[in-house]
Design a protein around this ligand. Structure first.
Ligand SMILES: [Zn+2]
Length: 440
């Protein structure tokens, strides 16, 4: 008998002994399993969970007595997605503003994310005070939907990014001293990340001064907090990486990345989130995107948005957008940069910036992002591991979620079709399970 077979049998015996009497065990029979680590899909295995935890992946037929058996023949199981760049509570209908930020609206959006197989979202810097209470409850499983992590109030600059519509709580320090004091005040609320916008819109707005963001990063690290930056330009990315940034939360879109930046990002372990869907939304509605009539897309939109983006007025506006060519080039540069950074071994995670504007639909955008990452040249299994294991590692939650292995939370989706064969099979969601419970 081969060693691995022996191991698998003995593991099954242990499961059998431990869970034979336990009525909370559920056995998902005959699935294809993608565990999120980047390993190949395993066909014809069984997944045993007990309460909220994965017990084992069993090959062969060793069903513990008393386990509830769910026959899932032909279905694929993969971890829930983890997104490192989202926004909560701002969208409602065709508007995006802090005025929409209510408990009901945030929870409605968390449910939508989970319905689309997104299990954890990092809300990046546009939240209201309410988020900290919701985040704490969410972490304890006391509210429905995706788990919230939050950067709380982001750092920007007076007269520049982020737009005032995102609320009055944005921190806009003018000196390094003020920046340190703002980080200290925010740290009391225990945000899961710190967010800085570093972008002058190509010279059209002020930008956070380098000594100010250096002070933010240094003080955040003193407090044990990681820092994410909104970026667009290569030179800003370079300075931010030198200053110790932990995450570039958008693609570099003005120039191709060079060897010096790649080396620095690898040495410092900087994560990169390409948000390709956001860039594609910037020009795609001038034409007819292939998904425009897909119910999976339409259901993710706020009321009124589909009518807006398919209207002649909107289409004409998009076609006549004087920045259209620039936006398309930026997207192509982003695609090349993702391919370069990934093949050099820089750590890539998934995020979309959904929820910041009505055209950036929450739920659908994450699946479009996976497709665009595959089209950029990453393998489907690699893209899935970016959106699961890497996301969990980025957010420091990899000990309990992000891959489907024994001991981690039973956080997964059941799909019709295998996304390692065709990434768009992530859109064929049959069921979503979080903390061992089937989501409504
Ligand atoms: Zn954002």
């Amino acid at each position: 008998m081969h060693k691995w077979l022996l191991l698998s049998v003995s593991l099954s015996v242990i499961c059998y002994q431990t869970y034979a009497q336990d009525k909370k065990a559920t056995y998902f029979k005959d699935i294809t399993l993608i565990d999120g680590s980047g390993n190949a899909a395993q066909p014809h295995v069984n997944l045993l969970i007990n309460a909220d935890t994965i017990v084992s992946v069993i090959s062969g037929n060793h069903i513990p007595p008393n386990a509830k058996v769910i026959d899932m023949s032909g279905k694929t199981v993969m971890p829930l997605l983890i997104s490192g760049h989202e926004h909560l509570g701002l969208l409602k209908g065709n508007t995006s503003t802090a005025d929409n930020y209510t408990r009901e609206n945030v929870i409605r959006q968390l449910k939508r994310y989970l319905h689309y197989g997104v299990g954890t979202v990092l809300s990046l810097g546009t939240d209201q005070p309410l988020v900290f209470a919701l985040r704490d409850s969410s972490g304890k499983g006391l509210i429905p939907g995706a788990t919230i992590l939050t950067a709380g109030y982001g750092f920007g600059v007076k007269g520049g990014s982020p737009p005032p519509a995102f609320g009055q709580h944005t921190l806009r320090p003018e000196t390094p001293e003020q920046a340190i004091s703002d980080v200290d005040k925010l740290a009391i609320l225990q945000p899961d990340f710190i967010k800085i916008w570093v972008d002058d819109g190509g010279g059209s707005m002020p930008k956070v001064a380098q000594p100010v963001y250096e002070a933010i990063i240094k003080e955040a690290h003193e407090k044990g907090l990681k820092v994410a930056a909104h970026v667009y330009f290569l030179e800003d990315a370079r300075q931010l990486v030198n200053a110790g940034i932990d995450l570039l939360a958008h693609s570099i879109r003005d120039k191709e990345v060079d060897a010096a930046l790649i080396t620095a990002m690898k040495e410092k372990g900087v994560f990169y989130i390409p948000t390709l869907a956001l860039d594609e939304y910037g020009f795609i509605y001038a034409g007819q995107p292939e998904w425009i009539n897909d119910p999976f897309f339409i259901r993710s939109l706020e009321p009124g948005v589909w009518d807006m983006i398919t209207s002649d007025v909107y289409k004409k506006e998009q076609q006549e957008d004087k920045n259209r060519g620039k936006k398309m080039r930026a997207f192509m540069t982003a695609v090349v940069n993702l391919r370069k950074l990934d093949s050099a071994g820089v750590k890539i995670a998934m995020g979309t910036d959904a929820g910041a504007f009505p055209v950036r639909a929450q739920g659908f955008s994450e699946h479009l992002e996976l497709q665009l990452m595959v089209e950029a040249g990453l393998s489907p299994l690699k893209v899935i591991s970016c959106a699961t294991l890497n996301g969990a590692t980025l957010l420091g939650i990899e000990k309990h979620t992000g891959t489907l292995v024994a001991g981690k939370k039973a956080d997964f989706m059941i799909l019709d079709g295998d996304p390692s064969q065709d990434i768009n099979n992530t859109r064929h969601i049959v069921e979503v399970w979080k903390n061992g419970k089937k989501a409504e």
